[in-house]
Design a protein around this ligand. Sequence first.
Ligand code: C2E
Ligand code: SIN
Ligand code: SIN
Ligand code: SIN
Ligand code: FE
Ligand code: FE
Length: 475
Amino acid sequence: ESTSSHTRFFRDSGGSYKVEDLGSSNGTYFNGVAIHEPRLLHNGDIIRLGSTEFIVEIPKEASATIVSGGFSTTHFKRSATDILGQMESGRIQNLSTLDTSSGSELKKVLEQKNRQFQALYEMSRLVQEYTDPEEMIAVALKKLLKMLGGDNAYLLMVKDDASLELRSSQTVSGKSASDFRISKTLTHHVIDEKCAVVAPDLLNDQRFNSSKSIIMSASRSILAVPMIFGNVAKGMVALSGEEVLDSSQQEDLEVLCICVSIIGPALRNLDLSKEIEETQREVLYTMGSIGETRSKETGNHVKRVAEYSKLLGLLSGLDEASAELLKQASPMHDIGKVGIPDRVLNKPGKLDAEEWAIMQTHARLGFDMLNHSTRPILKAAAIVAHEHHEKWNGKGYPRQLMGEDIHIYGRITAIADVFDALGSDRCYKKAWPLEKILELFKRESGEHFDPNLIHKYCPKMRNSFLFFSSFSLFF
Ligand code: C2E
Ligand code: SIN
Ligand code: SIN
Ligand code: SIN
Ligand code: FE
Ligand code: FE
């Protein structure tokens, strides 16, 4: 869900994507018509906000529904903690009771050991490789499908109100994601009793062979294990498939349990770091928008500047880490405006020479506020605050730096800031149409702006809107 003071894009309680105008002055247009009520969005709809057009792209996703019944305890189940406990004490298969004279049984045990070892190795490699929780889950689910078979893999999380939420679903390539019907009884076993369960052939099960849910989801069999944090099941990983699971269900269950015992804690750690990072980002946006709030600029200028800056950073060849640093720092570019008196900052008309001199001090003020920290983000923010009004031709402020003496972060933020400032209403001016904005960028290339950046950016400027909108990133 994204909001701005202008337009809201959201999902209603039924999960449909909608757009709503929030009483903006220049309106929200839905396929050319100004809207006054929320409208349902479909692929290909055109939304126009001011001078900016967006094409709607609805992501395809599977959903999970919990249905009553549909699972009996006659389906195979084992305590997940038992399985892991056995693993811990090295007895997942009791080798001492094994008849070692039977070569085929020994071979079977060793094969299963090998699968477990392989699964452990793959999962631990995977959790070291990924820093983004959603990516990690997606890859993990794909790997599980490969290892264990099945058509669909799902991760469901227990929400604060104890309901289950589908967090991720993956499908073997070539098939489309199917909706997931899962029985209450089954989730009870998995979540409340922390059991790993397998229902090998739901279609031939006397109790449910007429069950609509099974037919609809085209799933004949399901393999599900709890994701346990500490002592509490906080989620569930499930594989389902059209094919009847083969006879090695118990072995599959063990492998799945082991995998999930590695993915689970890794996922929790990634979720926690993401939470901290997002808090940090919010704090930076909030601080950065203090100047904005005072100057009554349209909301979320700083967020858009952040997005544009990162995009431009990547286009100009910054590595991902530097571009991300710039994204986090750029919202602070106008923090120095907190030091500008109201009569100047919010003056409805053109500034006189004295006011303009005061206004220009916001760059230096911002730098002074941020320059005490050795933290990379704040150091980058200090640079951005200081240099976002320098010009390529040396006629900017506050230091009249020229060309590449201006830090790349300053040169990039200058473009992002002006691009967004021109496209928005200000107390002293109306939003410009896109064509006029692009004209200014062409004209100012090599004067105000780094021509190398404009050269790369201008052709993509239009696309960047589509890019942002298609990822629902319009704030
Ligand atoms: P801002 O509103 O965030 O604008 C950022 C930059 O976008 C401006 O930096 C300027 O380069 C560009 N920009 C914004 N609106 C226009 C426009 O109508 N025409 C042109 N050619 N460029 C535009 P600049 O000029 O260094 O201004 C820095 C800040 O000073 C502005 O931030 C705004 O807060 C304030 N400011 C500038 N001019 C005026 C004004 O005439 N009246 C008032 N009240 N404030 C102004
Ligand atoms: C907004 O207020 O967020 C919309 C600004 C625009 O039309 O670009
Ligand atoms: C059920 O257990 O009722 C449905 C499971 C499935 O269809 O995958
Ligand atoms: C001013 O000189 O008052 C502001 C300059 C500008 O809007 O670019
Ligand atoms: Fe500024
Ligand atoms: Fe700004």
